[in-house]
Ligand binder design. Structure first.
Ligand code: PMT
Length: 345
């Protein structure tokens, strides 16, 4: 039977991962911004939530031509960030580059171009009459967040960039104690190509042009590349990404409120897997959702309240419905206040 990793097993996995897979180039400059943001809100005793959003990629080559991606557009994260901002939180929005952003999401990533909201009037560009009211409201909310310095936007592309940023930001948030919340809505890769098994150059589609596998340091690679051509086939042999949720809970942010999401496609296993995650990582709340119904129903699984479904009423369910994030945000922030006052068990 598979044994759960011990705490020292988790620590060893962390140390190995972050030694072998180097940080993104902009890590330092991003963390300067994060530190300044966190300190400012710590001084005013404001709650700070780190919202992760969008999907992480798994590059197959160092000079990346091909990568593995996932479906997430970042709707959950961007919409939830708006909810938190409107309810007094400061938000660090750690998102996949070019995925949806709070506020601008209303006018991007849909079938209309943002130019369709505009018209020309006497040589000036103005917003079409029918969009004025909504745009004034959205712009007002965005400007309020910006002017009060309540929104810090950071981005990642790859799984390794995401993990480095999450770890460093979480450690910086430690002094916030229970005023820190982690709302992990990003769709995080479970498998990846470790640096020491990644080829430098584009994988060739024909063996005729196949090269000796070199790594980024110009050395012949001693390990078999994780992605390579064999005959006419592309072989991809990925390794598991360590589950860093345990490290987040125990080491990086021991006093913060941690909300993770659990995504499944099979309704028969969703609650079971969410409970399993809660037991394994011992954090505050797991929000389970199914790929096909995630826009109108989720299940909250917590030690205090067991299993609770949250649903958008059927008359408000449309393909583009986003109302569920207010319901999720409200329920999660209620749990956040209860945690701060002290859980009952
Ligand atoms: O962006 P949208 O289109 O709106 O979709 C929203 C969403 C479906 C992506 C979101 O609601 C959601 O479910 N996000 C979590 C998806 C996910 O990564 O699920 P998982 O079952 O693979 O992981 C569960 C948890 O473990 C996550 O909180 C993740 O941060 C964590 N994890 C995952 C992989 C990994 N290697 N290490 C981790 O710590």
């Amino acid at each position: 039977m598979e044994q759960p990793p011990t705490s020292s097993g988790f620590e060893a996995a962390e140390s190995y991962y972050f030694t072998e897979n180097p940080p993104p180039k902009n890590l330092k400059s991003n963390m300067v911004l994060a530190r300044e943001f966190i300190n400012r809100h710590a001084d005013s005793d404001r709650r700070v939530v780190l919202v992760t959003s969008g999907g992480t990629t798994v590059p197959l080559e160092e000079q990346t031509v091909r990568y593995i991606d996932n479906f997430s557009a970042g709707t959950r994260g961007a919409t939830s960030a708006e909810y938190f901002l409107e309810n007094g939180y400061a938000v660090i929005f750690l998102h996949r580059q070019f995925s949806l952003l709070p506020y601008s999401r209303h006018y991007s990533h849909n079938t209309r171009s943002f130019l369709d909201y505009m018209k020309e009037e006497n040589g000036r560009v103005v917003v079409e009459e029918q969009h004025q009211e909504e745009m004034v409201r959205v712009l007002g909310q965005y400007n309020a967040a910006k002017n009060e310095n309540k929104l810090l936007i950071l981005s990642f592309v790859t799984i390794t960039e995401y993990l480095w940023m999450l770890r460093e930001a979480a450690m910086l948030m430690r002094p916030l104690g229970p005023n820190a919340m982690f709302y992990l809505a990003a769709a995080v890769s479970d498998f990846f190509v470790p640096k020491d098994r990644m080829v430098e150059h584009k994988i060739q589609s024909s063996e005729e042009f196949a090269q000796t596998h070199m790594n980024g340091k110009g050395e012949v690679q001693s390990k078999t590349p994780a992605a390579r051509t064999e005959g006419k086939s592309l072989i991809i042999d990925l390794e598991p990404v360590p589950k860093f949720l345990k490290q987040l809970v125990d080491g990086w942010a021991p006093d913060g409120m941690i909300v993770s999401f659990k995504l499944e496609t099979d309704p028969a296993i969703l609650v079971k897997k969410a409970k399993h995650a809660l037991n394994k990582y011992a954090h505050h709340l797991v929000i389970g959702n199914l790929l096909l119904t995630r826009k109108w129903e989720v299940v909250f699984v917590s030690k205090m309240d067991g299993e609770q479904w949250i649903r958008v009423p059927s008359r408000r369910r449309t393909r583009s419905a986003t109302g569920i994030e207010s319901l999720i945000g409200k329920a999660a922030s209620q749990k956040d206040s209860v945690e701060e006052d002290g859980p009952s068990d």
